[in-house]
Design a protein around this ligand. Sequence first.
Ligand SMILES: NC(=O)c1ccc[n+]([C@@H]2O[C@H](COP(=O)([O-])OP(=O)(O)OC[C@H]3O[C@@H](n4cnc5c(N)ncnc54)[C@H](OP(=O)(O)O)[C@@H]3O)[C@@H](O)[C@H]2O)c1
Length: 310
Amino acid sequence: MGTMNKHSLSRRQFNARMAALGLSLPLAGRLLAADQAPQAVRRSVRLPDGTMVPALGMGAWHLGIDRHPPAVEEEAVNAGLALGMTLIDTSGNYGHGRSEQFLGKALAGQRDKIYLVSKVEGDEIAGDGIARACAASLARLGTDHLDLYLLHWPVPTDKFAGVVAAFEQLRAAGKIRAWGVSNFDTGQMAALFKVPNGERCATNQVPYSLNRRDIERELLPWCAEHRMPVMAYSPLGGDNNLVIKDRVLQQIGAAHGCTAAAVALAWVIRSGAVIAIPESGSPAHTKENAQALTLTLTPQELQQLATTYP
Ligand SMILES: NC(=O)c1ccc[n+]([C@@H]2O[C@H](COP(=O)([O-])OP(=O)(O)OC[C@H]3O[C@@H](n4cnc5c(N)ncnc54)[C@H](OP(=O)(O)O)[C@@H]3O)[C@@H](O)[C@H]2O)c1
C-alpha cells in the first residue's frame, strides 16, 4: 500500500517530539533506557491490506461539542498527532456532525499524516444511503477520502451483502480506502465472511478495557484466527467506568514513570492485534495516553492486572 511509513515516526523522531512537548523527566529517562532496549519501539498494528497504523489512536465522540474549549481540544489533538497517535476515530452521527466538523478544522493542512476513520449508521443503508452518508462525512471533514469507513452497529444479517457491495463501490471510487464493522459479535462476523467480499473487512470496533474483557472469550480468538485486528473503544472504561483511579494501575505506572491511564492502554494493546482509541479533549491527558505507545508491561504486571480484573 506504500503507507507503511506514512503513519509512523522513528523512535528518534518520537523522542525529539516528546522532549519538544516538555514531557516529564522520569519519562525522558525511560525513553533513554528504551534507546538501549530496541524492543521498546512504538507499537503499530498491521491491517489485513498491509497498512500499518499506530496501536493507539484518538477517539472523537465528544470533541467539538464544547465539553472543553475548542482551542484546548485542538491542542489535545495536535499533541496526540505529534506523539504518534495518528489514527482518528469519528462518526457521522457524533454530535450530529459536530465531531467531524471540528476535525475538519483541526486537521486542515495535515490530512496526509492521518489515518481517518468514520462511520455510517444502520438506518442509513437503504438505497444509495451509504454513499450519501459518506459524501456528507467527507464534506464535514473537508477531505476527499476516508481511510476506513465502519458500519456503526449491526444490521440484520440479510442486509450484509448489500452493505459490503456499497462499501466496495466506495472503495473502487476512491472515497474510502478500506471498510469495517463495529459492535459485531462472533456469529455476525462469521455471517459477514460468508457474503461476497465480506472477508475484506478490515476490523471490528468493539468495547474492550480492563473492566470489560468479554471479547476475550470468543471474538478476539476468532479475529486472531482470521488475522483481523480489533479496534478497542472505551479503552479506559468509558466516561462512567474509568479505571484510572485504581491503585494497582497507579503503582505499576509509578514503576514506569507514567500514569494509570497509560498502563490501562498499554494493557489493551499488549497483543499487537488490538488498536485502542482513547478519547481526550485535554492536552495533558492526551500526552499521558501517548506514553502507552512505548510502554511494555512485565509478565508479572500483566499477571497482577489479570488478577485484579478477572
Ligand atoms: N463504535 C462505537 O459504538 C463506539 C462507542 C463508544 C466509543 N467509541 C469511540 O471510542 C472513543 C473512546 O471511547 P469513550 O470516549 O467511550 O471512552 P474512553 O476513551 O475509555 O474514556 C474517555 C474519558 O476518559 C477521559 N480521559 C481520557 N484520558 C484520560 C487520562 N489520561 N486521565 C484521565 N481521564 C482521561 C476523558 O476525559 P478528558 O477529555 O477530560 O480527558 C473521557 O471522559 C470514542 O471517542 C469514540 O471514538 C465508539
